[in-house]
Design a protein around this ligand. Structure first.
Ligand SMILES: [Fe+2]
Length: 293
């Protein structure tokens, strides 16, 4: 199929800009394994909107993490700071995740009929800058896009500070608004769309320190807002993966001690959610479907 035609068909059928093969993967997995009739508020909201707010982490539980972060090694990029997650920080983050989100993860496991694992953890600060719309450069995914992964990959964000409009909150297109958004913005790709008449279709994740949100970033369009000049936003991001072929139960951090580290890069997220080419996508699908939980 020609690229342009494929893209149009993709928009028409799936209302997102993810790969056609990944959307097909999602459809098949969805038909055969997804527990759509689940009666749980968290999952129902996630299913209906593509996002759901979760528990608020207490400031006292974030305080230790924030102190360690101040003294952590920082990787400074343009308009972005990433933090090295040392052993001390790993323990705290893991404890926090299990304390606050284990129950939610159980519901997601039910939904995906699969064990779920943390495949990457990242802490970063987005820094405000003056935009130039001509630029085809992205510092922290600040243009509307979907993450090109299969939908068994999703994210949890935890605010490390209060987030108002001035701090560039996450902008997210809820499922029911996607078609309208694509039409009104004349969306073609992350560099080609019109942002003028779409504000009413966007959910902006403003909120308090400790607020958390699960997001379907592979099927719903979203972007990082850009903080005002002199402002910034720091968040913890957990990348989560339903991996039916991994039978380790109650071992969310199963991948932390493998040779590739979940705190360093997206290696495991990519292995389980970003297959290369049609053949590998089919192989992964078969591998996922043959294992009954
Ligand atoms: Fe994204």
């Amino acid at each position: 199929m020609q690229n342009g035609l494929k893209k149009n068909l993709n928009f028409y059928l799936f209302s997102n800009q993810n790969y056609f093969t990944y959307n097909l993967f999602n459809k098949i997995y969805s038909l055969l394994k997804l527990n759509k009739k689940i009666k749980n508020q968290l999952i129902n909201k996630y299913q209906a909107n593509g996002f759901v707010k979760s528990r608020q982490v207490k400031s006292e539980d974030l305080a230790e993490i924030k102190i360690i972060l101040q003294n952590s090694k920082k990787i400074k990029k343009k308009n972005l700071i990433e933090y090295e997650i040392n052993d001390e920080l790993r323990l705290k983050i893991k404890k926090l995740f299990i304390q606050y989100f284990l129950d939610d993860i159980k519901h997601f496991e039910n939904y995906f009929s699969s064990n779920i694992f943390v495949t990457h953890v990242k802490i970063s600060t987005n820094i405000g800058f003056k935009t130039n719309n001509e630029d085809k450069v992205q510092y922290y995914s600040e243009n509307y896009h979907t993450d090109n992964y299969i939908f068994t990959y999703f994210k949890l964000f935890v605010n490390l500070e209060d987030v108002g409009d001035d701090k560039g909150p996450l902008h997210f297109v809820p499922t029911n608004n996607q078609k309208k958004f694509i039409k009104l913005s004349n969306y073609k790709n992350r560099y080609l769309y019109d942002e003028n008449n779409i504000d009413h279709l966007i959910y902006k994740n403003v909120g308090k320190e400790g607020d958390s949100i699960f997001v379907n970033t592979t099927e719903n369009l979203h972007k990082a807002g850009i903080p005002d000049i002199g402002k910034s936003r720091t968040v913890i991001r957990f990348e989560l993966n339903a991996i039916p072929s991994n039978k380790s139960k109650n071992d969310l951090f199963n991948y932390e001690n493998k040779e590739k580290n979940i705190y360093n890069d997206e290696y495991w997220s990519k292995i389980y959610a970003k297959p290369k080419g049609i053949l590998n996508t089919i192989l992964l699908l078969v591998n996922f479907l043959k294992k009954i939980r």
